[in-house]
Design a protein around this ligand. Structure first.
Ligand SMILES: Cc1cc2nc3c(=O)[nH]c(=O)nc-3n(C[C@H](O)[C@H](O)[C@H](O)COP(=O)(O)O)c2cc1C
Length: 170
C-alpha cells in the first residue's frame, strides 16, 4: 500500500475479534520500529509483546482499552540512556519511543493489521506487573489485531482540522 494511503486509511480500532497477529506480520511490524530514527541513534526503546493469556490479563488489569485485541505491544524506553537536550529540561526518551511507536502503528496498517494507540493505563502498576526494571518507562500501549465484524472508524477519525488552523508559514 502506498504510504499516503496508509496514513489516510489507518484508524483507531476499538473492537477487535481477539485473533493474535501472525508471527511473520508481527516481525515486519517490529522491524519498522527497529528502523525508526532516534536521537544520537541511542535506540533506547524496548518493545514487549503481550500475547499470552497471562500477559494480556496484566494489560487488562491496567487499562480498560484492550478492546479484545489479541496482541498488545508495550513500548518502553530506558531513561538512563537518553539524550538530554541543551538547557537540560527535556530529553529524548519519550520522543524516540513515540517515533518508534508511530512507525509500528503505520506498518501495522500497511500489512492489514488494525491498531489502537493507548495512553489510558496505569503505568506504574503495569511496570510492576510486567517486572520491568526501575530505569524503564512505559510510553504507550498499542493494541494490535483485526477489527471485529461490523466495526468501522469512529467519528473522530473523520474530524481533522484544516491545515490553515495548524500550519503557519513564517
Ligand atoms: C497519544 C494518543 C493516546 C491515545 N489514547 C487512547 C486511549 O487510551 N484509549 C483509546 O481508546 N484511544 C486512544 N487514542 C486514540 C484516539 O482517540 C484516536 O487516535 C483519535 O480519536 C483519532 O481517531 P483515529 O485514530 O481513528 O483517526 C489515543 C491516540 C493517541 C495519539
Amino acid at each position: 500500500m502506498e504510504f499516503f494511503e496508509t496514513v489516510k486509511n489507518r484508524y483507531s480500532c476499538k473492537k477487535f475479534n481477539g485473533k493474535s497477529v501472525e508471527k511473520d506480520k508481527l516481525e515486519m511490524i517490529l522491524e519498522a520500529g527497529r528502523l525508526a530514527p532516534t536521537a544520537k541513534n541511542l535506540q533506547e526503546q524496548h518493545i514487549y509483546v503481550a500475547q499470552s493469556e497471562e500477559a494480556l490479563s496484566k494489560i487488562d488489569a491496567s487499562t480498560p482499552c484492550r478492546y479484545n485485541a489479541g496482541t498488545v505491544l508495550v513500548v518502553a524506553y530506558d531513561r538512563d540512556n537518553v539524550y538530554t537536550y541543551p538547557g537540560g529540561k527535556q530529553s529524548s526518551g519519550a520522543e524516540d519511543a513515540a517515533i518508534v511507536a508511530t512507525h509500528i502503528m503505520l506498518a501495522a496498517h500497511s500489512v492489514g493489521v488494525d491498531s489502537c494507540w493507548l495512553n489510558c493505563f496505569y503505568a506504574d502498576k503495569l511496570k510492576a506487573d510486567l517486572g520491568l526494571k526501575e530505569n524503564e518507562e512505559i510510553l504507550m500501549l498499542l493494541d494490535l489485531g483485526y477489527a471485529a465484524e461490523g466495526f468501522s472508524p469512529l467519528e473522530n477519525h473523520f474530524k481533522r482540522k484544516p491545515l490553515s488552523e495548524t500550519v503557519s508559514y513564517i
